[in-house]
Design a protein around this ligand. Structure first.
Ligand SMILES: Cc1cc2nc3c(=O)[nH]c(=O)nc-3n(C[C@H](O)[C@H](O)[C@H](O)COP(=O)(O)O)c2cc1C
Length: 187
């Protein structure tokens, strides 16, 4: 199985990166993992031009940045992990434009011709945050559920690590979470 992990943290070696490393350790041989940090890529905001809705056979965006190559990696992968620290109850500014740009990976929204070029893709959400899960992570979870539903993707679950301080302090709880996500992704 090919697994793509997309990290939206501006801190490559931060809490989210640490849990993603733990996730890597939990993935057994025979699976292939590609990891990208969005901070290394140029993904601009959607400009709402709707050009992506003109050709039902051709996914992708007219903007000449890295979004199309990231979507290409997603199409190639069997599973995708969206990983982000919680920033003001939501995704980071690195992840949000990529989420908006998913619009170019579907066609004919609201019509009987609707189709998603990411149909059936197994996806999971990983979030690390400083505060609790309750009354803090509802929005990010809702956005992910809506995105996976909108894109007809196969939602393998949401994995949330509360009370994060620094990567060095992440121990067994992170490992247990990473193991659960690895199991859900590969089963
Ligand atoms: C700008 C900013 C906004 C944040 N907003 C929240 C928040 O709304 N809720 C929360 O629990 N933690 C919040 N945090 C804490 C981070 O989510 C937490 O430290 C996270 O684990 C950082 O992950 P990283 O090290 O991978 O970047 C925020 C941190 C920053 C820098």
């Amino acid at each position: 199985m090919k697994i793509l992990t997309i990290c939206g943290s501006p801190r490559k070696k931060g809490n989210t990166g640490k849990v993603l490393n733990m996730f890597n350790d939990e993935i057994s041989d025979g699976h292939e993992i590609e990891h990208i940090n969005l901070i290394d890529f140029d993904v601009k905001g959607c400009i709402g031009c709707m050009k992506c809705q003109e050709d039902s056979e051709e996914p992708g965006c007219v903007q000449n940045d890295d979004a199309n190559s990231i979507f290409g990696k997603m199409m190639d992968a069997d599973a995708v992990v969206y990983a982000s620290p919680l920033y003001c109850w939501s995704f980071t500014a690195q992840m949000k434009p990529l989420i908006d740009r998913h619009f170019c990976m579907c066609f004919g929204y609201g019509t009987p011709e609707y189709k998603s070029f990411l149909e059936g893709k197994k996806v999971a959400l990983l979030v690390t945050c400083g505060g609790p899960i309750e009354e803090n992570t509802e929005f990010i979870q809702g956005i992910f559920d809506n995105l996976s539903g909108f894109m007809n993707m196969n939602n393998a679950g949401k994995y949330l690590l509360p009370s994060c301080t620094e990567p060095e302090a992440i121990g067994e709880e992170g490992k247990t979470l990473a193991a659960a996500m690895a199991k859900a992704i590969t089963s």
